[in-house]
Design a binder for this molecule. Structure first.
Ligand SMILES: *[C@@H]1O[C@H](CO)[C@@H](O)[C@H](O)[C@H]1NC(C)=O
Ligand SMILES: *[C@@H]1O[C@H](CO)[C@@H](O)[C@H](O)[C@H]1NC(C)=O
Ligand SMILES: *[C@@H]1O[C@H](CO)[C@@H](O)[C@H](O)[C@H]1NC(C)=O
Ligand SMILES: *[C@@H]1O[C@H](CO)[C@@H](O)[C@H](O)[C@H]1NC(C)=O
Ligand SMILES: *[C@@H]1O[C@H](CO)[C@@H](O)[C@H](O)[C@H]1NC(C)=O
Ligand SMILES: *[C@@H]1O[C@H](CO)[C@@H](O)[C@H](O)[C@H]1NC(C)=O
Length: 223
């Protein structure tokens, strides 16, 4: 799996590394400080950081730089939950009222309208099953794992000895995510992302990636 991911990462960052010999790529994810201190724009007075931009990165597709947006599902028995997804085309009109992100209460949050509770800062997680730890919020009946997201690697995101700029989101020292295209009548077209952490191989095929899935990172910058 490590080898496979390395190949994809090499493809994704392509030309910049082609001259960097044939050495095996080695992605090192080193977590930054707990809490919000290491996020861009940290405010010591409030212990929060923001506003933040949260975008797709190094996918090798046109969606690099696209912002994450919420896709809501309505849980049985009330309360909203859903996924943070990448739209297939960016809506420039909606950019003006993009979803606000910040680091608050020690973790990444999005300002969302969560049904009867109204607008509030909602903690973002990667949860579901080990094979499908999806980037989202308020997921119901949380089974394991329910990854607490952390930022990694601002100065330590190292691919084959080359430090990559930026702050990247991940968990359990993994910052590589799989991007999965969806098209359904209710929610439309989008990509959901799942953390390619331990035990994330496709359950049916045993392969690291789902059919049609490609890898990338979630990059966080100050707005
Ligand atoms: C990758 O780099 C880390 C830290 O430099 C090192 O501990 C590890 O052995 C390397 N892995 C491979 C496969 O080269
Ligand atoms: C951050 O705030 C704490 C009190 O909450 C204070 O002791 C500390 O000096 C502040 N640090 C900076 C760099 O302002
Ligand atoms: C873009 O966003 C605006 C405002 O949210 C919305 O009215 C419009 O329908 C959207 N356009 C597309 C193509 O999704
Ligand atoms: C803050 O995070 C802690 C766990 O780290 C949680 O127990 C608490 O409910 C959170 N507070 C808010 C206001 O979300
Ligand atoms: C993540 O890496 C740190 C050091 O870089 C290490 O102390 C920690 O055990 C690692 N955590 C996991 C879940 O691998
Ligand atoms: C998405 O699904 C709809 C039907 O649900 C179909 O009409 C449309 O062509 C699909 N779009 C793509 C890009 O496949």
């Amino acid at each position: 799996m490590e080898y496979f991911q390395s190949i994809l990462i090499k493809l994704a960052i392509g030309l910049t590394l082609i001259s960097a010999t044939t050495a095996t790529l080695n992605v090192t994810a080193v977590p930054l400080a707990d809490g919000c201190v290491a996020y861009p724009g940290y405010d010591n007075a409030t212990s929060t950081a923001g506003p933040l931009r949260v975008v797709a990165d190094s996918t090798g597709k046109e969606l690099d730089g696209f912002r994450f947006i919420p896709k809501f599902a309505i849980a049985v028995g009330g309360g909203s939950w859903g996924f943070m997804v990448i739209p297939t085309t960016e809506n420039k009109t909606a950019d003006a009222k993009e979803t606000p992100f910040r680091c608050g209460n020690g973790t990444l949050q999005a300002h969302l309208n969560v049904g009867i509770q109204g607008d509030r800062w909602q903690t973002l997680i990667a949860a579901g099953t080990p094979a499908e730890s999806v980037f989202g919020f308020g997921l119901p009946d949380l089974p394991d794992p329910n990854y607490h997201l952390k930022i990694c690697m601002r100065d330590s995101h190292i691919v084959d000895g080359v430090v990559q700029p930026g702050v990247f989101l991940g968990a359990v020292n993994v910052t590589t995510w799989g991007f999965n295209y969806q098209n359904n009548t209710e929610a439309g077209e989008y990509y959901f992302v799942r953390l390619l952490g331990p035990n994330s191989n496709n359950l049916a095929t045993g392969k690291p990636l789902n059919p049609g899935e490609f890898t990338g990172y979630i990059k966080i910058t100050a707005v």
